[in-house]
Write a protein that binds this ligand. Structure first.
Ligand code: GDP
Ligand code: MG
Ligand code: ZN
Length: 316
């Protein structure tokens, strides 16, 4: 009978932490391995980071006691999605220009706050455009509801409910809305993103019932204490599913979004686009535009259309 040496036993797992060139991989039975890559590590994802948090990998265990690492990553499987950031090549010695923040995520959890920092639907729209362009599901979380319980906050979010985006109102401070948030996260890989100071770390700590992430170390007014590049972790939720804390959208790689394809990422536009007299209508200056007509007759929310114009202007 063929006997496989202990050191060559193969197993598959998911990368839950990246610290420099050291990776934590959790296998199906919940065992954690400290891993490294080697020159023969194969990948189905050319041209980007070799290993990122969320990657599904195959392992070969190293011989016990011979080195610091317990296993070697032999293969990185093809990613179903990737949240990436552009690298500042002047600041990073690594040759890769696109860095993967998180792989295989199912949904983007866009966190905003009702107050401090003030609620910006323009920012929500930027996130939604990004999520649509990456074909990611989205959950919008409005945190710090304890600071502003006015009807105005819910009215501002009404168009998103109408478009079918789930909106969850929370207060990490008063522990409200946490049951709905837990339900939305169960069994899925979720990336938390939002302006610094909105309460992402506090919400994540609240989900665990104890501190997993440091909070309040970033000041949203000064932007001081930015998210560190090299350390990224995925946390296994008590109820199943994983969450990843990510930097804000300003750090994301948005190069796939162009003036030409932006219109497809405002989902309510799709219904009215056939009414435009030009098939390539940009919905900005053209006559007989179906989108402008829909805005004027109240079928499209004017604030959403203004966001479209602002994002359109910011692209070139
Ligand atoms: N009033 C109030 N403050 C909160 C709430 N959630 C977070 N904070 C505070 O907001 C600040 C920033 O929170 P943090 O979790 O670090 O934000 P992050 O930058 O998004 O991770 C901290 O001082 C928190 O205590 C909330 O629901 N209500
Ligand atoms: Mg934080
Ligand atoms: Zn048009």
């Amino acid at each position: 009978m063929e006997s496989t040496r202990e050191s060559e036993r193969l197993s598959g797992g998911i990368v839950t932490a990246v610290r420099g060139a050291s990776y934590t991989v959790v296998t199906g039975d919940g065992t954690e391995f400290r891993c490294r890559t080697f020159p023969g590590t194969k990948t189905d994802n050319e041209g980007t980071s070799l290993v990122a948090v969320g990657d599904r990998v195959e392992l070969r265990e190293t011989e016990t006691g011979t080195e610091l690492f317990e296993a070697i990553i032999t293969l990185v499987e093809c990613r179903t999605s990737a949240l990436t950031r552009k690298r500042d090549v002047r600041r990073n010695r690594s040759k890769e220009k696109i860095q993967v923040i998180a792989a295989n995520i199912d949904q983007l959890v866009v966190v905003v706050s009702a107050f401090d920092p003030p609620l910006s639907t323009r920012l929500v729209d930027r996130y939604l455009v990004f999520a649509e362009s990456e074909k990611l599901d989205t959950v919008i979380v409005v945190n710090k509801m304890d600071l502003d319980d006015s009807e105005e906050t819910r009215e501002l979010m009404e168009p998103y409910h109408a478009l079918g985006y789930p909106v969850i109102y929370t207060s990490a401070e008063e522990k409200s809305g946490m049951a709905q948030l837990k339900e939305a996260l169960a069994g899925r890989i979720s990336a938390f993103s939002g302006h610094s100071g909105v309460g992402k770390s506090t919400l994540i700590n609240q989900l665990f019932g104890h501190e997993r992430l440091r909070t309040g170390e970033t000041n949203w007014k000064t932007g001081k204490g930015l998210h560190t590049t090299s350390n990224s972790v995925m946390l296994l939720l008590p109820g199943g599913g994983f969450i990843i804390d990510t930097p804000g959208i300003r750090e994301f790689n948005l190069s796939d979004i162009t003036r030409e394809n932006l219109r497809f990422y405002f989902r309510e536009f799709l219904t009215y686009m056939p009414d435009c007299s030009f098939s390539s209508c940009s919905h900005t200056v053209e006559p007989q535009c179906g989108i402008v007509a829909a805005v004027e007759s109240g079928l499209i929310d004017p604030a959403r259309y203004e966001s479209y114009l602002a994002i359109y202007e910011s692209l070139d």
